[in-house]
Design a protein around this ligand. Structure first.
Ligand SMILES: *Cc1c(COP(=O)(O)O)cnc(C)c1O
Length: 432
């Protein structure tokens, strides 16, 4: 059963000489679970292939974008068709209008939208616009939510951060940190307290409407609605960061699923069909503050890139025209989640499995997981063992407890059965 990773290990040694930590994004490094990252060569449908010729069932899907499965013919053909045109113009194209119109037709609250190159750019730009529009400086974010690596968002979780604004990352200035206030997720009273302590100073509240970045944590009943009401009352811009949930939980994202309209929305991941794309949008009145329509500056040399737009447009069009995909994703994920719970029972373990649509997480804690504090009660040691037991059985999970899993449409019923068989063995081995 033992898979060998000798080529990946050699490449990782080499990578560390020229790339910090050997990776171009820290989540890839497998640090949280111990061991070394795999170097991949190709992917097709539900499967990944590594440098040592091993095959894995993929539950990360590039951290969300590959919702249709890898190397989907419709997306790849769109890229091939676009290639003879140009790799880049830095000038307007018809495809950007088609992309904007499609996003507006799919995402309920978006009336105007600006394309950027990553989720990080989308969230950084959105809070600048919210600040410019309201003339206020501070923002509220939630402990354990991730909004990319912009300075304003790298604020330590934990109660001290609320009052002190201590940066989580060296390199973030005190000034920036002081403008970011944090509250526990699902805690409306804490948000009210922050607003009361900073009257007419809060420009925006930004959150993941379903959190994927502390493991999967759903919004409590009434939480999103409560934030909507607070923001309306206080003149605060409500930003749903749907970089993960957009086009995944429904074609209109979490805002469609829960029926709550934010003022602004940030998008990424699926929107590029696998290419580096992000977007931010919202009410026309707010988006008209963006240059050159308005005074808030935001720009991008490669924004709206023709190849990236072609890939994204193909992926979104496919999702828009095949709404049955969401029913399939729900059914397969229900099967994975119910099966995991049955396996846990069979092994005699009492752990928490959270799910919304095609996102789910297994936490090694017997407490309900509703925020960052409860997520942190999970045994990271057990998770690390479980991760490696799954990897040895050809299942590629996110290499951290604090990440969600993403199901793709390429995972058919038989593959779900394979996953659950591996899951039972891995749970037994990890907790023995
Ligand atoms: C991934 C993610 C981001 C950052 O997107 P990048 O493309 O990695 O910059 C922002 N917000 C959320 C909710 C994300 O999941």
């Amino acid at each position: 059963m033992s898979l060998t990773h000798t080529t990946s290990q050699a490449l990782f040694q080499r990578a560390q000489q020229s790339i910090p930590g050997g990776v171009n994004s820290p989540v890839r490094a497998f640090r949280a679970v111990g061991g070394q990252p795999l170097f991949l060569t190709s992917a097709k449908g539900a499967f990944l292939f590594d440098e040592d010729g091993n095959r894995y069932l993929d539950l990360i899907n590039s951290w969300g974008p590959m919702i249709l499965g890898h190397a989907h013919e419709v997306v790849e053909q769109a890229v091939r068709d676009a290639l003879p045109g140009s790799l880049s113009f830095g000038a307007p194209t018809r495809r950007e209008i088609e992309m904007a119109e499609l996003i507006i037709s799919m995402v309920p609250s978006v009336e105007k939208v600006r394309m950027v190159n990553s989720g990080t750019e989308a969230t950084m730009s959105a809070i600048r616009v919210a600040r410019g529009y309201t003339g206020r400086d501070k923002i509220i974010k939630f402990e354990g939510c991730y909004h990319g690596h912009g300075d304003s968002f790298l604020i330590a979780a934990g109660s001290g951060a609320v009052t002190l604004g201590v940066p989580d990352s060296p390199g973030v200035t005190k000034g920036v940190a002081n403008d970011t206030l944090t509250a526990p997720y699902n805690d409306l009273a804490a948000v009210q307290t922050l607003i009361d302590a900073n009257p007419t100073q809060i420009a925006a509240i930004i959150l993941e409407p379903v959190v994927g970045n502390m493991g999967l944590v759903p919004p409590a009943e009434g939480f999103l609605q409560g934030l909507r009401e607070l923001c309306t009352k206080e003149g605060i811009v409500l930003i749903f960061d749907e970089v993960m949930t957009g086009f995944r939980l429904a074609k209109g994202g979490a805002q469609e699923l829960y029926g709550i309209m934010p003022d602004m929305t940030t998008l990424g991941k699926i929107i590029g069909g696998g290419m580096p794309v992000g977007a931010y949008g919202g009410k026309a009145e707010i988006m008209n503050a963006v240059a050159p329509a308005g005074p808030v500056y935001q720009a991008g040399t490669l924004s709206g890139n023709p190849i990236a737009m072609s890939a994204g447009l193909a992926a979104l069009t496919y999702l828009n025209e095949h709404p049955e995909i969401y029913a399939h994703l729900q059914q397969i994920t229900d099967k994975l989640v119910n099966g995991t719970r049955q396996n846990l029972q069979q092994v005699g373990l009492n752990y928490t499995v959270n799910q919304v649509g095609s996102m789910f997480s297994l936490f090694f804690t017997d407490e309900p997981v509703t925020d960052f504090t409860s997520a942190k009660t999970s045994s990271l040691q057990t998770f690390g063992r479980y991760f490696h037991e799954m990897l040895q059985r050809g299942i590629y999970l996110a290499p951290s407890q604090f990440e969600t899993l993403f199901v793709s449409a390429a995972i058919a019923n038989e593959l779900a059965d394979e996953y659950l068989a591996a899951n039972l063995e891995a749970l037994q081995a990890a907790t023995a």
